[in-house]
Write a protein that binds this ligand. Structure first.
Ligand code: COA
Length: 439
C-alpha cells in the first residue's frame, strides 16, 4: 500500500527523500557491502562524499564491474576504511587487486544478481539516474546492467539524480518509491575518448569485416579492436546491434545508414545493449531514442536470449591464445587485469545463433612488439577465459584462424601462421616438440 501511495504522490515523496550526498553517505555503516553503478555511469558525486566521510567507516566493501573514474576508495591509504571487491578489474583498480588490498570475484556479467543473491548480499546500492519523468520514473541511462537488480537486493538505495544522465529506453526505469535517498547533482558523465587506431588495428578490422555479411547482428567488446572493426564496415549494409555495450563508432554507422537493425529477427529496428561508454555525442544520441533498447545484463548477455538473434557475430579481444586455442582475456600471468565481462556469454550466444560466428581478435604482439600474444602455453597462472571448446575464429593483423572443430595440430598450425613473423620459428619449434611431428 505504501508503495502504491508513493507511486501516486511521487513528487511529495521525492521532496522528502531529497538530501545531500554528505548526509546520504552517513547512512552507510562499517562492514556494509556497497554496490556502485559502473563504467561511465559511476555516481561520482556520492563516491566523493563516501571518500570524504571515510573516517566514519571501517571495512566498507565496495563492489562493481569496471571503474572508469578515479576509484579513490581503492587507492593506497584507504585500506582501513574500504575494501574493494572487483567484478571486473580496470586501470584504476589493477594495482589494488594485484597488491592484495582488494579482491576479485569471477562472475559472468549476466549472473551478478545471482552472486549478490546467493553469496554476496548487498547492504547498499548507490545508483546514478536521470531526472524523474512525469510518473516518477528515473532511467538508469548509460549503465543499466546490474543496477536494477542492485535496487531490489539492497536494504538501502542511494541515487544520484543527474539531469545530464540520458533517459534511455527499454527496461531501464527505477521508480522514486524504490529509492531511499535522493541526491540531486547535475554533472557531465565521464567521457571516454575514441581509441587511437593504428595500422595493426586497421588490418585486424579488415579481417573481421571479411567475416561480416550484410544483415548481420553484431556484438562488440571493449577496446580499440571493436572500433577498428566498425571503421571497416563502411561498405556493409543493414547491420544490427545486440551487444553488451557500444560506443561512438556505432553512432557514426547509424548516421550513415549502415546500422539500421532492419534485418534483425529479434528486437527488429532496435539496438540492444546493457551499458554504453563514449563521448557526449553518444550520450546525446541515446537520450530518449526509441531506436536504442537498454536492458539488464541478465537479459542482454544471457546466451539463450542473445542467441535468438540470427547471424550474431561476436567480436572480442584477449591477452593471449595458446596453441590449443585457449584464450586468456583477463590476466597477465597471475595478475588479474580485467575479467570475463560478457565475452563467454556472447561467444556461446553466437554458437547458439543460427548463422552466428564468434571472433577473438587481437594484435599479434604486446609490449611494443616484444611479446607474442600467440604462445605455446599460456603464462603460468593465466586464467582461461574462453576455452578451446568454445573458441571459433582468432584474428590478428596477419590473418584468420578458424579453430572450431579442428584438431589440435591443425589449430596450432593455423595460429602459428597468424603469429607475428618474428615469433613463428620459436612457435614452430614448440609445435614439433609437443606434437612430435614436422611443422
Ligand atoms: N602479455 C603481457 N602483457 C599484455 C599482453 C600479453 N600477452 N596482452 C596485453 N598486455 C597488457 C598490455 O600491454 C596493456 O598493459 P598496459 O595497460 O600496462 O599498457 C594491458 O595488458 C591491456 O592490454 P590492451 O591491449 O591495452 O587492452 P585493450 O584495451 O585492447 O583490451 C582486453 C584488451 C583483453 C584487456 C579486453 O578486451 C578485455 O578486458 N576483455 C575481456 C572482457 C571482454 O571481452 N568483454 C567483452 C564484452 S564487453
Amino acid at each position: 500500500i505504501q508503495k502504491g501511495i508513493e507511486q501516486l504522490d511521487w513528487k511529495a515523496i521525492y521532496r522528502q527523500k531529497r538530501t545531500t550526498a554528505q548526509e546520504a553517505v552517513k547512512h552507510i555503516k562499517s562492514g556494509d557491502r556497497v554496490s556502485l553503478s559502473h563504467a561511465v555511469g559511476e555516481p561520482t558525486h556520492i563516491i566523493e562524499a563516501m571518500v570524504a566521510n571515510r573516517e566514519a567507516y571501517r571495512n566498507v566493501e565496495i563492489t562493481h564491474m569496471i571503474s572508469m573514474g578515479q576509484s579513490k576508495y581503492a587507492q593506497p591509504g584507504m585500506e582501513p576504511y574500504f575494501r574493494h571487491n572487483s567484478l571486473f578489474v580496470g586501470g584504476t583498480t589493477r594495482k589494488t587487486v594485484r597488491d592484495g588490498h582488494g579482491d576479485f570475484t569471477p562472475c559472468y556479467f549476466s549472473e551478478i544478481p545471482n552472486l549478490w543473491h546467493r553469496t554476496m548480499p548487498l547492504d547498499v546500492a548507490v545508483i546514478h539516474v536521470s531526472r524523474p519523468d512525469e510518473h516518477g520514473y528515473c532511467s538508469l541511462g548509460v549503465s543499466v546492467d546490474y543496477s536494477k537488480h542492485a535496487v531490489k537486493e539492497a536494504n538501502l538505495v542511494i541515487a544520484q539524480v543527474n539531469s545530464q544522465m540520458p533517459r534511455t529506453l527499454g527496461d531501464t526505469f527505477v521508480h522514486i518509491s524504490d529509492m531511499d535517498m535522493i541526491v540531486e547533482h547535475d554533472a557531465p558523465l565521464i567521457e571516454l575518448a575514441p581509441p587511437v587506431i593504428t595500422d595493426v588495428e586497421r588490418a585486424i578490422g579488415e579481417y573481421c569485416a571479411s567475416l561480416i555479411r550484410d544483415g548481420d547482428c553484431l556484438q562488440l567488446g571493449i577496446g580499440a579492436i571493436p572500433d577498428a572493426v566498425l571503421l571497416s564496415l563502411k561498405n556493409k549494409k543493414d547491420l544490427g546491434i545486440h551487444s553488451e555495450m557500444f560506443s561512438d563508432g556505432v553512432v557514426e554507422l547509424v548516421e550513415s545508414g549502415i546500422i539500421n537493425n532492419s534485418k534483425k529477427n529479434f528486437h527488429r529496428d532496435r539496438m540492444v545493449a546493457t551499458f554504453l561508454m563514449g563521448t557526449k555525442r553518444l550520450y546525446d544520441f541515446v537520450d530518449n531514442n526509441p531506436m536504442v533498447a537498454m536492458y539488464p545484463a541478465t537479459y542482454t548477455n544471457d546466451p539463450y536470449v542473445a542467441g535468438k538473434n540470427d547471424n550474431l557475430v561476436s567480436i572480442n579481444s584477449c591477452v593471449q591464445v595458446d596453441l590449443l586455442g585457449q584464450v586468456c582475456s583477463e590476466s597477465v600471468g597471475t595478475t588479474q587485469i580485467s575479467a570475463v565481462g560478457g565475452q563467454v556469454d556472447f561467444v556461446r550466444a553466437s554458437a547458439l545463433s543460427r548463422g552466428g560466428r564468434s571472433i577473438i581478435a587481437m594484435p599479434s604482439t604486446a609490449a611494443g612488439g616484444t611479446i607474442s600474444k600467440i604462445v605455446a602455453t599460456l603464462d603460468e597462472g593465466a586464467a582461461v577465459t574462453t576455452n578451446r571448446y568454445d573458441v571459433e575464429y582468432v584474428i590478428t593483423e596477419y590473418g584468420i584462424a578458424h579453430l572450431k572443430y579442428h584438431t589440435v595440430r591443425e589449430r596450432a598450425r593455423m595460429l602459428i601462421h597468424i603469429a607475428h613473423p618474428a615469433f613463428r620459428d620459436g612457435l614452430a619449434e614448440s609445435f614439433e616438440k609437443r606434437f612430435r611431428c614436422k611443422f
